[in-house]
Design a protein around this ligand. Sequence first.
Ligand SMILES: Cc1cc2nc3c(=O)[nH]c(=O)nc-3n(C[C@H](O)[C@H](O)[C@H](O)COP(=O)(O)O)c2cc1C
Length: 364
Amino acid sequence: MNALFTPHALPALELPNRIVMAPMTRSRAVTESPDDATAEYYAQRASAGLIITEGAVISPEARGYLWTPGIYTTGQIAGWKKVTDRVHAKGGRIFAQLWHVGRMSHTSLQPDGQLPVSSVCSRSLNWPVFAWDENGRPAQVTASPARQLTVDEIHRITDEFVLAATSAQEAGFDGVELHAAGAYLFDQFINGGINTRSDSYGGAETHNRLRFLLETVDAVVAATGRERVGVRISPEARIHDGPGYEDEFNTFVTLAKALSSRGIAYLHINEMGTSQRMLDAVRQAFSGTLILAGEYTREKALATLEAGGADLIAFGRPFIGNPDLVERFRNDWPLTVADRDTYYGGDEHGYTDFPPFQKSEQRG
Ligand SMILES: Cc1cc2nc3c(=O)[nH]c(=O)nc-3n(C[C@H](O)[C@H](O)[C@H](O)COP(=O)(O)O)c2cc1C
């Protein structure tokens, strides 16, 4: 049997196949709540072994991009309930990705126009975020300077993650994924090249840089159960001004071990330049379900699963143009390539208007 189509058991969820829909921001939540089109979009993709939603921000401060949905108001929770109902009605499974961008934000998105927050103060980054420009128009603007969080504020954010996780439960999600990848807030604490704090949440000591994430994992686990919590990381990614640092290899192996001992639902690696050495070491250190993502094809996914490199493979862009990606992989049918211009923002075009494969499309 093709390794992509064998079932896999998460601690509390049976997955019928090994194909995960990777989290993808689509910037269509103009009201900051998921709407009927969002519910339709995810329902169309319910044959995935597991869907992980786009990043859902846990508070107004957590937002770094316009039109990304939140998961902190009753309206937003009601919007997500429609999503999970539709996915479950089609026999699917769905986790919500919980997101705080930290310094990858802009004052125009922040409450009272304040500076975005991070592990340390930083200057304006060389990276754009999608926010309001000086004329009040939506635009790509440079991320604003950030201010350093106090310890009380770090604890407050952990509480906000717990609240978001219980809200996700209320909205019918099967679990949550903490977004600790991509040099967003958790990664701004993990990264030794950014986090030079001199207190117990940063500095040279590995455990200090992992403390915020692990305390938040523990708090969310205590509230919802370990089987409902996954974590996404991106070791060695060079994005959003996240530099390399001397302790990087050890940091992620230590983190993988710490998460392994907690028995969480899964660890998810977004490979953005992650070395094979790192992948092998994390695989060894983490005894639970490992998901890998990043430019996987059907063939590469099969080879990786067969070699024991991962338990599940997440696909991002292939799921945009192929709501029936699982059936296409099963039959080795060709894939539709979505237009990049429709990735972020806009209407149903490029969102819910991709038809399933028609046999008549098959050439030869
Ligand atoms: C349009 C788009 C939006 C994305 N948004 C997120 C996100 O909200 N959270 C996240 O962790 N990764 C996000 N990613 C990264 C994907 O989850 C995935 O790791 C990446 O696309 C690589 O997989 P692929 O080559 O199969 O597309 C996004 C990627 C794309 C293309």
